[in-house]
Design a protein around this ligand. Structure first.
Ligand SMILES: [Fe+2]
Ligand SMILES: [Fe+2]
Length: 161
């Protein structure tokens, strides 16, 4: 019999990841630069996969999976991203970095609890994804590779985007 709090914790993680998908939707819609968009799209896909993987664990434990809705109007994360999106690519990236740091901490915290080895491995993998996302976004926000003259980072990208 599954521990009820185990399901609840998985549920919270999956909900964060579902909110992240919504926040990425907003960020991607506001960023015109192809290489940045492409990368954010791949991060969005990671979060989608996190929701699906966590939902599988939740179902295995007899719980209700988290629904993935495209409309996340209640999400503070999405609201913050939309607001800073009005200020341009750099501000949007800083907002997304804040979100990513939150996910990293949430997974870190989750790892302090007892899990089966399989679930623990999954949570560790997700945390690694979040760190990879955070590292890339922090770097991009600092170096602003989309600004003209910073070609090496943008190699192969269309100019003037
Ligand atoms: Fe995640
Ligand atoms: Fe992430």
């Amino acid at each position: 019999m599954a521990d009820k709090s185990e399901v609840a914790r998985l549920h919270s993680l999956a909900q964060l990841d579902a909110d992240a998908v919504g926040a990425y939707d907003v960020a991607i819609s506001r960023i015109p630069h192809p290489l940045v968009r492409e990368r954010l799209n791949s991060f969005r896909a990671d979060h989608l996969r996190h929701v699906q993987d966590l939902n599988t664990c939740i179902r295995d434990l007899g719980g209700e999976p988290v629904a993935l809705r495209s409309d996340l109007k209640g999400s503070a994360m999405k609201g913050l991203t939309a607001m800073t999106g009005l200020m341009g690519t750099e501000a949007t990236l800083w907002a997304m970095l804040g979100n990513e740091e939150l996910f990293d901490r949430a997974y870190e915290l989750a790892l302090q609890f007892e899990w089966t080895p399989e679930v623990k491995d999954l949570i560790r993998q997700h945390r690694e994804d979040e760190r990879r996302h955070g590292t890339w976004i922090r770097d991009a926000a600092r170096t602003r590779p989309w600004v003209e003259g910073r070609i090496p980072f943008m190699e192969g990208a269309e100019q003037g985007a």
